[in-house]
Design a protein around this ligand. Structure first.
Ligand code: ASP
Ligand code: MG
Length: 423
């Protein structure tokens, strides 16, 4: 058994959808569970629908949703002939689910509505893909993952009920593979025990695929992307980024922690626990080897560069210039936990503490306000956090350039430099 995950970019247009079919055809007689994301930028579009609805702009919400509908209907029309009517019926059901809600007035909280609306993206895309693949001779079963993946009701960041989900996979998914080689389902979404839809956090499909891989005891998971594999830096900002052929789980967890947008950070653990290798391969050219992420130690990695813009630096000074003791430090950590914000870098001094965080304005304001009961508080914004793993002096020097450094920390493995935008 293999698990494949196709992201939004791999199903964003007809040509790419054809490539997905080619890839699946090249694995004959393999049992594959396929997780597919929403098409292209559908999730962003559905977020806009949710915002309009929540702000009581019903007509705008319906109009925005109409655009999402038309896009999917057009795609279905291009792809399908014999399976068109059946698919249309399925799509219409999902459309109605959302429209029915949009005609209501919002009475619950934002995150609840977000999940009820945004989940449509993956349902629509997988319904179209399943019909198309069946029509193209790649016979498959479509599954509504909300019947399988049970979560709590922490909307927009729901937590999976592992025991329930495992049982569902054993009783409802495994038997399907007696009659079919391919099962198609959605990533990123789930449902509560009250059948309310939930989502697992943006980019959560990688994680769903990993949960399936774990619970199906898959031999491997493959994430199909529009890049050759994992690179040592973001190729959009670093044209000479290097390809990395092999990494181990720990390195990827570290990279994700520092902000590399390679793989959803939650993805690794379910795979690591069962030693399931993760392949990152290119759907544009399936013959390329891609990157493998596994348990074995990997030596001689190039410097891995992660740049995180939009950082805020909070300076906290003890009010009376007494030493910052353990009590204020403990209070500060408690504050961070209660606001649910993670420090990216922290430095303590005699009478001051500096904390670097992602600039989430609402959270930073809350933190600054609460901290001002204990400290003098100053907030600096617009900084960039550079992290280099396996660094050397030359690369560090080149990356810092003429930027003014606000804070720097290093271990033998990793250096982090918080920089002002200008020299
Ligand atoms: N469609 C969702 C998103 O764009 C989930 C995913 O693609 O992983 O965040
Ligand atoms: Mg995606």
């Amino acid at each position: 058994m293999k698990v494949f995950k196709f992201g939004g970019a791999s199903v964003q247009n007809i040509d790419r959808i054809h490539l997905v079919a080619d890839i699946l055809k090249s694995y004959p007689n393999e049992k594959i569970l396929v997780v597919i994301s929403a098409m292209g930028k559908t999730t962003n579009a559905l977020e806009k629908v949710t915002e309009a609805f929540f702000n009581n702009h019903k007509d705008e919400a319906l109009l925005l949703f109409e655009a999402v509908k038309q896009q999917h209907l057009t795609t279905a029309k291009y792809l399908l002939v014999t399976h068109y009517n059946a698919a249309l019926e399925q799509l219409a059901n999902f459309f109605t689910e959302v429209e029915w809600l949009l005609h209501d007035k919002p009475v619950r909280d934002y995150d609840y509505y977000y999940d009820q609306i945004v989940c449509a993206g993956e349902l629509l895309s997988t319904a179209i893909m399943s019909a198309y693949l069946n029509e193209a001779g790649i016979s498959n079963e479509w599954i509504d993952v909300r019947d399988i993946v049970r979560t709590d009701n922490n909307f927009r960041d729901a937590n999976i009920d592992w025991a329930f989900t495992q049982q569902k996979i054993d009783t409802d998914i495994l038997p399907l593979f007696e009659d079919t080689d391919i099962v198609i389902t959605q990533g990123f979404i789930g449902a509560t025990d009250e059948n309310e839809s939930t989502t697992l956090g943006r980019e959560g499909s990688d994680y769903t695929a990993a949960v399936f891989a774990n619970m199906l005891n898959a031999e491997s998971q493959t994430i199909w992307k529009d890049v050759k594999g994992v690179m040592n830096a973001d190729p959009k900002t670093f044209p000479d980024a290097q390809f990395i052929g092999a990494l181990n789980y720990t390195e990827v967890i570290e990279m994700a922690y520092y902000g590399a947008q390679v793989i959803h950070p939650k993805t690794i653990k379910p795979l690591q626990n069962k030693g399931i290798p993760l392949h990152v391969k290119c759907f544009l050219d399936k013959t390329l080897p891609g990157t493998v992420i596994h348990n074995s130690a990997v030596k001689h990695l190039p410097p891995i560069i992660v740049v995180k813009p939009a950082q805020a630096l909070i300076h906290l000074h003890s009010r009376d210039f007494s030493f910052v003791g353990e009590k204020p430090v403990a209070d500060l950590y408690e504050l961070l936990a209660s606001i649910k914000i993670k420090p990216n870098l922290m430095q303590t001094g005699a009478v001051s503490i500096q904390v670097c965080l992602d600039d989430r304005t609402d959270k930073i304001e809350k933190l600054a306000l609460a901290a001002s009961e204990i400290f003098e508080v100053q907030v600096e914004k617009g900084l960039t956090l550079l992290t280099i793993r396996h660094y050397n002096e030359a690369i560090l020097h080149k990356m810092i350039g003429s930027h003014v450094i606000a804070l720097r920390q290093q271990t033998p493995e990793t250096v982090q430099v918080l920089m002002h935008p200008h020299s």
